[in-house]
Ligand binder design. Structure first.
Ligand SMILES: [Zn+2]
Length: 314
């Protein structure tokens, strides 16, 4: 039995999964990232976790490591990550290979999630598939003809930084009107608060700074302003998805991440917008579906990518 360790590094936690060749999970866990201690310390903590995971020690054939940001899988470097301050131009692959003693690969977390969803989740059996991960940031990953598409730079799939609204709100990347600046969690909360202020109302149930989750609960129980905020959010998402459909024509686009918990509050207006924007009826056949693997998508995907590399596939 070949086991691969998936290491999904977030700003707060590292999610770990022991994944078998078929993508089945044989063990999983979570340890703190503590990014301020640096990548070597994080890798050492992953090694400790592995040691505590009983009989699996010594059975790891490879490791896949993913995080948000610009990850150069070819050279094994993390250039920069929004969640990992100070981890700049870090040879992440070497660090984990040294710590774990097995071959490792590194990948962007949204790419890893897209590959995981394609292999084991909402994209199973499809040739062409796109997955968006909606949270504070908006990540994207593209599978073309059954392989992760990285582009010439290795940084393809940054759908969150596609400009959807010229002169729109400022994005964390420095541009204006990126999808992320329009539908990231903070943008949704600000949108709802703005709509509430314009209506001259206040909602004690929302609190001073509601979460997207609280807003979606309010919308689901009939709060018209919260619902309108999600409708507008879904419309922006739909414009981005219509562009994806025009460029890539995938069979399905899966939407995951915490914000996607709002479900049809966002997905229905997104689907309607894609229908409105399509050039031809055939383009409306793309399925826009919820992702299926939750926060396990990245470590499953990056494990399977590592296994593929081990077996000589890309
Ligand atoms: Zn941006």
């Amino acid at each position: 039995m070949t086991l691969v360790l998936g290491v999904d590094i977030g700003g707060t936690d590292i999610k770990l999964g022991l994944v078998e060749g078929e993508g089945d999970i044989r063990g999983s866990g979570k340890i703190p990232t503590r990014p301020e201690e640096g990548p070597e310390a994080a890798a050492a903590r992953v090694r400790l976790w592995l040691g505590e995971s009983g009989d699996v020690q010594g059975k790891i054939a490879a490791a896949g490591v993913d995080c948000a940001g610009l990850v150069d899988g070819e050279r094994g470097f993390l250039h920069v990550s929004p969640n990992l301050r100070g981890w700049e131009n870090v040879p992440l692959r070497d660090i984990f290979e040294r710590a774990l003693g097995v071959p490792a690969i590194v990948e962007n977390d949204a790419n890893a999630a897209a590959y995981g969803e394609w292999a084991k989740g909402a994209g199973r059996g499809l040739k062409n598939f796109v997955c968006l991960t909606l949270g504070t940031g908006v990540g994207g990953g593209i599978v073309v003809n059954g392989a992760l598409y990285r582009g010439s730079s290795g940084f393809a799939g940054e759908i969150g930084h596609a400009v959807i609204c010229a002169d729109g709100p400022l994005c964390a990347c420095g541009n204006r009107g990126c999808l992320e600046a329009l539908i990231g969690a903070n943008a949704i909360v600000e949108r709802a608060a703005g709509m509430l202020a314009r209506a001259g109302e206040s909602r004690s149930a929302w609190g001073a700074s509601p979460t997207v989750e609280a807003l979606s609960r309010a919308a689901a129980s009939g709060d018209a302003i919260a619902a309108a905020a999600f409708r507008e959010t879904g419309r922006w998402l739909g414009i981005a998805l219509a562009n994806v459909v025009h460029i890539l024509a995938p069979e399905a686009i899966a939407i995951g991440g915490g914000v996607a918990g709002a479900g049809d509050l966002i997905l229905e207006p997104a689907r309607a917008t894609v229908r409105d924007c399509r050039m031809d009826e055939a383009m409306a056949s793309v399925r826009i579906v919820p992702a299926e693997l939750g926060n396990r998508a990245s470590f499953i995907g990056v494990s399977l990518l590592a296994l593929g590399r081990l077996n000589g596939r890309r």
